[in-house]
Design a protein around this ligand. Structure first.
Ligand code: UDP
Length: 336
């Protein structure tokens, strides 16, 4: 099987590359190395079944040459991370909307199937007990750049769905809920690597707002096999699938657990949102997935515990790469 991945040098993309190579696929990656990092691909760069091209998804020729001959394409390239989106809303809109259109057209012409990585952000402020794929989207003002990512990913999903309905494109969508794990960096938001790095270096651990907002963190090692299985299911075409963790935790409790587990001398500091982000920032109070649809389709069960996640991420930082690499070279592609 030939797989092609946009954003394959990013956090999730690079884990997907390894997973697909281990399954016997030939794998080609296109990544502009903005938020993606070539170091993430170090374990596979010499693999004869792997090819890497530095390029942008806005460049149709680059995308055409990536997907030519591919059986399936994973579209993970996107401008991600709250900080990046708030600081560069226009670039984010262009990459996340027009870039996806370029990929959809190229994949349709190439006759491949497509897996589109979307995000739990599309649900916006919907704080219901358990978000299923048909749940309403509740977004703030269109003029607040904080919502740019959710708006763009919603459009991406609508495009993908329409390509399936009108052109018969074999495309499935996954909505990722706070995927975490080794290789994720905190520069553009991303609470888990930020707090672990702070705890390891003895700096104050920064909890934004009152710390009572909750998330369900999922481990990249649980998510990547599920993404792969969904991509191979014809029943998934035209549909979206939640993939998230099963344990809801407040950010304050997360911070306490990180400090405790890593035996850190750090104190925990509450940082008002206005200091952490631009003024007027709206956070999500809660985000809890209903994974029933992905469980029914591919048996998805998140297995890795939060403690295991924290220890795995800390182990990577302790190895040395993490501390330095928390300042990536520049801005841009990875996954949702
Ligand atoms: N957060 C925090 N301290 C940090 C970074 C983030 O308290 O140093 C909070 C953030 O405000 C949000 C949660 O952690 O409530 C998760 O943030 P992240 O950017 O990881 O994901 P998302 O907001 O997309 O769920």
């Amino acid at each position: 099987m030939k797989s092609a991945i946009t954003g394959g040098a990013g956090f999730i993309g690079s884990h997907l590359v390894e997973h697909l190579l281990a399954a016997g696929d030939d794998v080609a990656v296109l990544d502009n190395l903005s938020t993606g990092r070539i170091e993430n691909l170090a374990p596979v760069l010499k693999n004869p079944r792997f090819t890497f091209t530095e390029g942008n998804i806005l460049d149709r020729r680059a995308v055409d040459s990536l997907v030519r001959g591919a059986d399936r394409v994973f579209h993970l390239a996107a401008a991600v991370g709250v900080n990046l989106i708030v600081e560069h809303p226009l670039e984010s809109l262009r990459t996340n909307i027009h870039g996806t259109e370029v990929v959809l057209d190229a994949v349709l012409d190439a006759g491949a199937s497509l897996l589109l990585a979307s995000t739990s952000e599309v649900y916006g402020k919907n704080a219901s007990d358990s978000l299923n794929e048909e749940s309403d989207r509740i977004l703030g003002s269109a003029l607040k750049s904080r919502w740019t990512y959710a708006a763009a990913k919603g459009i991406d999903e609508a495009f993908a769905h329409s390509y399936w309905r009108e052109f018969g494109l074999h495309v499935a969508i996954v909505r990722l809920f706070n995927t975490v794990g080794p290789r994720q960096r905190g520069r553009y938001g991303m609470v888990v690597p930020r707090l672990i790095r702070q705890a390891l270096s003895g700096e104050p651990v920064t909890v934004y707002g009152d710390g009572l907002q909750t998330r369900c963190f999922s481990y990249v090692g649980d998510i990547v096999p599920a993404i792969t299985r969904i991509s191979a299911e014809p029943a998934a075409y035209g549909n979206a699938y939640n993939l998230g963790g099963s344990h809801e935790i407040s950010i304050m409790t997360l911070a306490q657990r990180i400090v405790e587990l890593l035996e850190s001398p750090s104190t925990i500091t509450l940082v008002p949102y206005e200091e952490a982000y631009a003024e007027g920032y709206e956070d999500m109070r809660r985000r809890v997935p209903d994974n029933s649809r992905s469980r029914a389709l591919v048996g998805f069960e998140p297995k890795t515990t939060l403690d295991e996640i924290i220890l795995n991420v800390a182990a990577e930082f302790r190895l040395g790469a993490g501390g330095r690499a928390s300042q990536p070279r520049a801005a841009a592609v990875a996954a949702g």
